[in-house]
Design a protein around this ligand. Structure first.
Ligand code: HEM
Length: 413
């Protein structure tokens, strides 16, 4: 394999079902500049170190013009970047404001309090499989479940999903650095989706200001926290980020999870007998088949020397999380799926100041969903292996997962 082909191999759809041999090849050179420009970082400790390095920026406005030319997403739009794409101190202020109605220290029980509701939504979706002997897990379960949850959490009407589905999908596609596509056209469609989603959320936030509910949009708009309020533009960027992040990631964790369980039926049987297994199992899934495969949008604020390479200020840096998760220097037998793995500090939620904001919710959703699917589906089987994958190289997961089963156990059996 030539070095120049690595970036293309990562994004090549032909490798989507099994990208891991490409990552193994990549790890032979922990940090390498691809002939197309970006620096690819593929080993655990180098990725971890960079995620904790204050010299590595998440703000695309710090890219040099050449690297920025390859960018396919949201600069120059009406909305400012969300905190995912900002550095301290703006990042920290906005993340703290967003966290106020979501988690500790101000709202420590928000996620825990949703447990019963999550179980109810899961139960209803699985009840909907009755009278079927095969389903598409994505369309019938893994997609509608987290969408219903994020709508409930934010206070977005579930019935509006057909309106915002397309915008969310376009924004998720905008994260994918597909080198062969028309960058200008992609930028245009991504910006349009951001603007339309922003307009939709602005109307909704107005309603929540008039008649607040117990949801996060109402709380963020009211801004009663100790640090005051977000501006309207910050509020719209944050709400868009939460809606999209809550949409396009958990669907892949649940689908990758069920695919892995069906490939390892002994683990499925163990999970059915011992639901406590769900906690380490979901961590292992986040390591073994992470829904976010790589972070293609970092840039040094000053030259960084790492693994014998100098990454210059302003260069584009791709951190290949899924490769770090399979690094034999960090994990014992990394290509083995071990649902009881100890010492599992995976990179599935990133690490450092940007580490996933929604992790507690995503974990709980996946734990409850996989446990109930394992418990209620009688003799589930994969109908296609490998299944058809989504195009996206960053947010990786099956587009469909056809599953057959012999029947359904009751909710309380
Ligand atoms: C399995 C599901 C999920 C996975 C695998 C995932 C993964 C990630 C990763 C890898 C990052 C780090 C990005 C970076 O460093 O640039 C991240 C950040 C983030 N995630 Fe998630 N995520 C998931 C679910 C969610 C959910 C449900 C929400 C919303 C409730 C969410 C909200 C966010 C936000 C707001 C950030 C930005 C944090 C920051 O910049 O400080 N995520 N996520």
């Amino acid at each position: 394999m030539t070095q120049g082909s690595l970036l293309r191999k990562i994004t090549d759809y032909a490798n989507r079902a099994d990208p891991y041999p490409v990552y193994a090849e990549l790890r032979k050179t922990p940090v390498v500049q691809d002939e197309e420009g970006p620096y690819l970082v593929s080993t655990y400790w180098e990725i971890h170190g960079l995620l904790h390095d204050p010299r590595l920026s998440s703000d695309a406005r710090n890219l040099n013009p050449q690297a920025a030319g390859a960018l396919t997403d949201e600069e120059d739009t009406a909305l400012p970047p969300a905190f995912l794409r900002l550095d301290p101190p703006e990042h920290d202020r906005l993340r703290r404001l967003a966290m106020t109605p979501f988690g500790p220290p101000h709202t420590p029980r928000r996620i825990h309090a949703m447990r019963g509701e999550l179980s109810r939504i899961i139960g209803e979706l699985i009840d909907g499989f009755a009278n079927h002997h095969r389903i598409d897990l994505v369309d019938h379960f893994s997609y509608p479940f987290p969408v219903t949850v994020i709508c409930r959490l934010l206070g977005v009407p579930r019935e509006d999903e057909p309106r915002f589905h397309h915008w969310a999908e376009t924004l998720a596609a905008g994260l994918d650095p597909a080198p062969d596509e028309d960058a200008a056209e992609r930028r245009r469609t991504t910006q349009q989706a951001r603007t339309e989603l922003g307009r939709y959320l602005a109307e909704l936030i107005e309603e929540r200001r008039r008649a607040p509910g117990d949801d996060m949009l109402s709380a963020l708009a009211a801004g009663h926290g100790p640090e005051g309020q977000m501006t309207q533009a910050e509020l719209l960027s944050t709400a868009s980020l939460l809606l999209v992040a809550g949409h396009e990631t958990t669907v892949n964790l649940i689908t990758n999870g069920m695919l892995t369980l069906l490939r390892n039926p002994d683990v499925l049987t163990r999970l059915r007998a011992r639901p406590q297994l769900a906690t380490p199992l979901v961590e292992e899934l986040l390591r073994f088949e992470p829904p976010v495969q790589l972070l293609p949008q970092r840039t040094p604020l000053a030259d960084i020397d790492i693994a014998g390479v100098t990454i210059p200020k302003g260069a584009s840096v791709w951190l290949v999380l899924a490769s770090g998760n399979r690094d034999p220097q960090r994990f014992l037998e990394p290509d083995r799926f071990d649902p009881q793995r100890k010492d599992n500090q995976h990179l599935g939620f990133g690490s450092g100041i940007h580490s996933c904001f929604g992790a507690p919710l995503a974990r709980l959703e996946a734990q409850l969903a996989l446990t109930e699917l394992a418990r209620r589906l009688d003799n589930p089987r994969l109908l296609e292996d490998p299944p058809e994958y989504r195009r996206n190289a960053v947010l990786r997961g099956p587009r469909h997962l056809p599953v057959a089963f012999d029947g359904l156990r009751g909710r309380d059996d």
